[in-house]
Write a protein that binds this ligand. Structure first.
Ligand code: ADP
Ligand code: ZN
Length: 724
């Protein structure tokens, strides 16, 4: 069988993604490879397919003992001969695996590094036929990262003892030092490197100003229809984890805590429930998540600011591994800035490390205060370049207005100066607003020149000014003393009027609520009856999973169930066409799920999708889009609107594509292309699986970039409109 045969017959996928095929061929030809791909990129197939083609057993080294069994179960569901060896097996289980190995009955064996290193096991390997070595989570070899495992360093022995067996090292951690460490420590200097872009286009990034973060999050989750979805909520402290989990449970959500202070048993059980059940929310400290490859985590939320963008990206990356739309949400406020600055200043690290930490913190804060595309900034930070704003982050969807904050900043900073750099933000704001509080009178600050000079802004607006000034280093908080705001070197050019500053207008919660979904989850287009079928399918999946003690997603992914809902397959032949249905799963589960569909159809009939979708609140356009639409209807071109509104043309096209999708404009009003061209693009789009329709990258590439993303988005909007 060729790699493509295996992809189609065993895994039930139609096309390779990105570099998968090249990597597989490289390994098949006996080469070594270093694979850097984002989470959810599809790294596993890169060794799982060669493992089935090359003679002998593939040895997969992974540090994640707790998750090995699930990985093995997932493979077994596809009918692949896989097993694992680690300290969690009973004596009898281990003996059975050894027997299978000796008899050549395995294609893949997952082992923990410490197991691999035992003299006995190495000796055994000498005598066995080995297809390849795959070193998963290869960044664990690097002391630079945060997942360092000493056992990994010893893996260099593989190269010395088995020079002719291909090795493939895989990781989602991208930075330069880690890459170098992997190469040197694992003896992979001559390995071919396959570096994919790090974009996760299906994840939508949101950052909001923190007020009562858990309430804000609850509202967000409700609006986005996340009830019943799996998600992760990160908090900084164990105490907060407990509190938040408790609070969400009281609101009727299934939320479980996870942190290092919990009893081992409880922690394990909560992780297990997250993996095995549907719709569990884990509230966790950062201790949670490494190697969790649950594909249908629909949201990741941060109630506190992560320490670095690396951590943020890794944590948010746990959402949407299946390629379906997912949300990354974060609340951020002044208290986070102060806390992180304090941690940094109190750090015992040497000067060089402090510099690095400071840089990381600045980048994190900069990200929070962005007024331009967040994804572009994130990718730029990791050395990736995204030519156009993404259209799928909060700042793209709801462009942030900025205002000339120079005068306000001057007032704020001189108020700091006049009150002798000893007071916190609340106090300073009171002085600016001219409030005569007891404390102000006590310090006689109703007499300073800045008393009451800030009445043009509201209290929250002044808080926002201070937060932004502090985040950008124009002022600092005295964390060793009493938390007073102080001036920095950067304050003076502002105060002297030599520099000006733009500040972002913080979006009011009302405006956030109006933000509409652009990249859509299929499920959001489900009708009521679709929803009923979806639930019936999920129930069946859970039942099958429980009977075999495996996580539900190893039976079928959500995307496959969504396909079932939309296609309503009635024969095995139809069922075999669905993505994620290989030969083995077809045999085992095809009939069972067809019966669920049959039962549903006999009760509810076939769907009548042809009636246009009901007017839900999705058809209400956001304010910014309305303005664009109004300008377009006045006869302005997208470019003219962009100039008038001081927005990027791509943003305007985003707006227009939304109006096309909502049926308020016709595609051909917006896009001036020849009819054949439009048809070509439509055909290309329609052939793509949903996730590629969402990202558009493959379509863009298929035409060698002849049509830019703005055009593609409009055509896609037109198709989606037609499908409704
Ligand atoms: P990674 O290890 O890179 O985070 P995985 O190997 O777990 O990613 O793959 C992520 C998901 O994408 C898995 O559920 C996998 O089944 C799916 N997948 C991988 N390759 C393909 C493909 N070519 N077509 C469709 N789905 C794929
Ligand atoms: Zn963006």
């Amino acid at each position: 069988m060729t790699p493509l045969d295996i992809l189609r017959n065993v895994f039930g996928y139609q096309h390779f993604r990105g570099d998968q095929e090249n990597i597989i061929n490289h390994i098949l030809a006996g080469g070594d490879a270093l694979v850097l791909m984002p989470t959810g990129g599809g790294k596993s197939l890169c060794y799982q397919i060669p493992a089935q083609i090359r003679p002998g057993v593939a040895i997969v080294i992974s540090p994640l003992i707790a998750l090995m069994q699930d990985q093995v179960s997932a493979l077994q569901q596809f009918g692949i001969r896989a097993a694992c060896l680690n300290s969690s097996l009973t004596f009898d289980q281990a003996r059975e695996v050894s027997r299978q190995l000796r008899q050549g009955e395995l294609d893949l064996l997952y082992v923990a590094p410490e197991k691999l290193m035992t003299p006995r096991f190495l000796e055994f390997l000498e005598s066995a036929q080995i297809a390849l070595f795959a070193i998963d989570e290869a960044h664990c070899v690097s002391q630079w990262g945060h997942d360092f495992r000493p056992e990994y360093v010893e893996l260099s022995i593989l190269h010395q003892r088995f020079p002719n067996i291909p090795r493939i090292a895989l990781t989602a951690t991208a930075d330069g030092p880690t890459q170098r460490d992997i190469k040197t420590h694992l003896g992979l200097d001559n390995a071919k490197a396959f570096v994919a872009g790090f974009d996760r286009p299906n994840i939508r990034y949101h950052v909001v100003q923190k007020k009562t973060a858990h309430h804000q999050l609850l509202n967000f989750l409700k609006e986005e229809g996340h009830y019943g979805d799996a998600g992760i909520i990160y908090c900084l402290s164990r105490k907060k984890v407990e509190k938040v989990a408790d609070w969400f449970s009281k609101q009727g959500w299934l939320a479980l805590p996870y942190h290092a202070g919990l009893d081992n048993q409880v922690r394990k059980q909560n992780q297990m429930r997250f993996l095995r059940e549907e719709g569990v929310i884990i509230v966790a400290t950062i201790a949670f998540g490494m190697g969790i490859d649950k594909p249908n985590v629909r949201f990741v939320a941060h109630l506190d600011l992560p320490k670095s963008l690396e951590a943020y990206y890794q944590e948010t990356g746990r959402a949407g591994r299946d390629g379906l739309p997912a949300n990354a949400w974060m609340a951020y406020g002044l208290q986070d800035v102060v806390l992180l600055r304090r941690l940094m200043e109190q750090s015992e690290a040497d000067e060089q490390h402090k510099r690095i930490e400071r840089h990381k913190l600045e980048s994190m804060l900069g990200y929070c205060e962005m007024t331009t595309c967040r994804r572009q900034a994130l990718l730029a930070y990791f050395g990736d370049h995204l030519p156009e704003p993404c259209g799928n982050c909060d700042t793209c969807l709801e462009p942030v207005a900025t205002w000339d904050g120079t005068e306000a900043a001057q007032k704020a900073l001189s108020c700091v100066y006049r009150t002798e750099q000893r007071f916190g933000v609340h106090y300073l704001v009171d002085v600016l607003l001219g409030k005569t509080t007891q404390r102000i009178e006590q310090f006689r600050h109703e007499r300073v020149s800045t008393f009451g000079i800030g009445k043009e802004l509201s209290e929250p607006e002044w808080h926002s000014v201070f937060r932004q000034l502090i985040a950008a280093g124009f002022a600092r908080v005295d964390v060793e003393g009493y938390g007073g705001v102080q001036l920095t070197e950067k304050s003076w050019p502002l105060l002297r009027g030599e520099q000006r500053i733009d500040l972002r207008k913080d979006i009011k919660p009302k405006a956030i609520r109006k933000e509409k979904k652009y990249s859509r989850s299929l499920r959001k287009t489900f009708t009521k009856t679709d929803q009923i079928l979806w639930e019936a399918l999920r129930t069946k999946r859970l039942e099958l999973a429980h009977a075999q003690s495996v996580p539900p997603y190893v039976i079928f992914h959500d995307s496959t169930l969504e396909d079932i809902v939309l296609q309503r397959p009635q024969t095995l032949a139809e069922f075999a066409q669905l993505s994620g249905v290989g030969t083995r799963k077809l045999e085992r589960y095809g009939q069972i799920f067809i019966e669920v569909v049959d039962a549903h159809v006999s009760q509810y009939g076939q769907p009548t999708n042809t009636i246009s979708a009901p007017k839900t609140d999705e058809t209400i356009l956001s304010e910014s889009v309305e303005i664009t639409l109004e300008a377009f209807n006045r006869g302005l071109s997208p470019e003219q609107i962009a100039a008038e509104r001081m927005l990027k043309p791509s943003t305007i096209y985003d707006h227009l594509s939304q109006t096309i999708e909502q049926g308020q404009l016709e595609l051909r009003q917006v896009i001036k292309l020849r009819e054949e061209e439009i048809h070509d693009i439509e055909d290309n789009l329609l052939e793509r699986p949903t996730e590629e329709q969402h990202t558009l990258k493959s379509v863009f590439e298929a035409f060698n970039g002849a049509y830019d993303y703005s055009i593609l988005k409009c055509v896609r909007a037109h198709i989606w409109r037609e499908c409704k």
